[in-house]
Design a protein around this ligand. Structure first.
Ligand SMILES: [Fe+2]
Ligand SMILES: [Fe+2]
Length: 138
């Protein structure tokens, strides 16, 4: 399991979405590692990219709505990080579609997706719950 309880930041909706993201990325990485022809992996690759394009945006939006609700002081910075990553995902998806899902590019994308996700959750998203805890009343 790639998801670990230590990645929980203590905001139930966000934790649930993070777990879903980790689970999907895990399935994706496993599918890429399978000992079979690259072409056989294309349906899973396409499915994951379609899911990511929707779910990443949905998750980022939900997180940002929550930040506005709690008056989070780092909203702007956090939004820009989300925006950059959304653009990266969209660009990769578009170019893979055009280029026929090249193995090297897709493998690199999967690695980056996983690394980014862990990093963002444990460093950037965690700051939201630290703010909530410090503020005390939420
Ligand atoms: Fe997040
Ligand atoms: Fe975030």
């Amino acid at each position: 399991m790639m998801w670990k309880d230590k990645y929980k930041i203590g905001i139930p909706l966000v934790d649930k979405q993070h777990k879903e993201l980790f689970d999907r990325v895990e399935k994706f990485v496993e599918a890429l590692r399978k000992d079979e022809e690259w072409d056989a992996k294309l349906p899973e690759i396409k499915k994951t990219l379609a899911f990511m394009k929707n779910y990443v945006v949905e998750h980022f939006d939900d997180e940002e709505v929550y930040q506005r609700k709690i008056g989070y002081p780092l909203q702007k910075e956090h939004h820009l990080i989300h925006k950059d990553f959304t653009e990266y995902v969209m660009q990769c998806a578009a170019s893979f579609e055009k280029e026929g899902y090249p193995e090297k590019g897709v493998q690199q994308f999967a690695g980056k997706l996983l690394a980014w996700l862990i990093n963002h959750v444990v460093a950037t998203d965690l700051k939201m719950s630290e703010f909530v805890k410090k503020d005390g009343d939420l």
